[in-house]
Write a protein that binds this ligand. Structure first.
Ligand code: BV8
Length: 251
């Protein structure tokens, strides 16, 4: 553990955390990296190494090759099932209990925040463990497995797809509206494990900054948000978050 990071806990950061009343956290793939879930930046492994996630996560890709896209999500679902939430997820679940108002917004579709005990998580981009009908856009809890890939909707025989938001698709209205509402009313906003390039999610810390909130970024690398953030902590969230909570006397 390098001293640099301890030093990075500027006293004003500690004060901001101690005084915060309305806290919003936005997470991205980086918060699940230490659990073994590859981020969108990480090169894809094995079968999928020749595919860019942005190319597979589109309605066009699904229309072109529904079997390929369905199997990519089946592979990711298996991966998510085989891993556990990490210390970063758990720290955020503990943090929720210590603030008057606390909202956890995630871009992740892995459900690991909920498995770590976080309640009321706003899933901006859906959840890979849910399935919906491509034609009717309704969640389908169960279907007959005929061996066809992707399986068919029991109602309209359309293809089934993961209940996630693909590039070029609108986010769930209630989720993005609530995310924007709490981001414009918070006094502390944490942006954790996200490259801050995918919109409209990347707009949320900017909304918080505009309303005078303290914005804290946690990421081993710099992002487009780094220069604007009030504090930017370099390091893995699975280490920095528990340390920060200890420094504030929350854990
Ligand atoms: C839409 C679900 C209306 C599926 C996902 C404005 C400007 C430019 C472009 C646009 C714009 N508005 C809309 C667009 C288009 C597009 C977009 O933003 N494109 C980007 C690429 C420029 N947005 C959309 O299409 C959105 N829809 O706007 O609809 C509309 C429609 C048509 C035209 C206009 C508007 C829908 C976006 C949602 C797509 N679905 N996921 C699935 O998962 O399969 S997005 C997906 O990619 C993730 O959910 C996430 O949002 C994003 C990946 O970003 P991150 O999570 O940040 O992960 P990444 O790998 O990039 O980075 C990881 C970070 O973690 C790194 O910084 C790394 O350093 C760090 N890290 C690594 N290890 C750790 C760590 N941090 C901490 N600890 C560690 N241990």
């Amino acid at each position: 553990m390098n001293a640099e990071r301890v030093a990075a806990f500027h006293p004003d950061l500690i004060t901001a955390l101690r005084r915060a009343q309305r806290v919003v956290v936005l997470t991205g793939a980086g918060v699940s990296a230490e659990s073994g879930v590859p981020t969108f930046r990480d090169a894809q492994a094995g079968l999928w190494e020749n595919f860019k996630p942005e190319e597979l996560a589109t309605p066009e890709a699904f229309r072109r090759d529904p079997k390929l896209v369905w199997e990519w999500y089946a592979w990711r679902r298996e991966k998510v099932r085989s891993v556990q939430p990490n210390a970063g997820h758990k720290a955020l679940a503990a943090m929720a209990k210590r603030f008057a108002e606390f909202t956890l917004i995630t871009q992740n579709v892995d459900g690991l925040h909920q498995r770590a005990g976080s309640a009321g998580v706003i899933e901006l981009h859906g959840n890979i463990t849910r399935t919906k009908c491509f034609r009717e856009n309704i969640v389908v809890p169960e279907w007959t497995n005929t061996g066809e890939v992707p399986p068919r909707c029991p109602q309209c025989k359309g293809h089934l797809r993961p209940d996630v938001v693909w590039f070029g698709e609108d986010l769930p209205e209630a989720a993005i509206n609530e995310a924007m509402r709490v981001s414009s009313a918070c006094d502390l906003f944490l942006s954790i494990g996200t490259s801050s390039v995918v919109y409209p999610a990347a707009m949320l810390p900017e909304i918080a900054l505009r309303t005078g909130a303290t914005v804290v970024e946690i990421n081993p690398d710099e992002t487009p948000l780094t220069s604007e953030a009030t504090f930017s902590l370099r390091g893995p969230s699975g280490t920095v978050l528990p340390e920060l909570l200890r420094a504030v006397g929350i854990s």
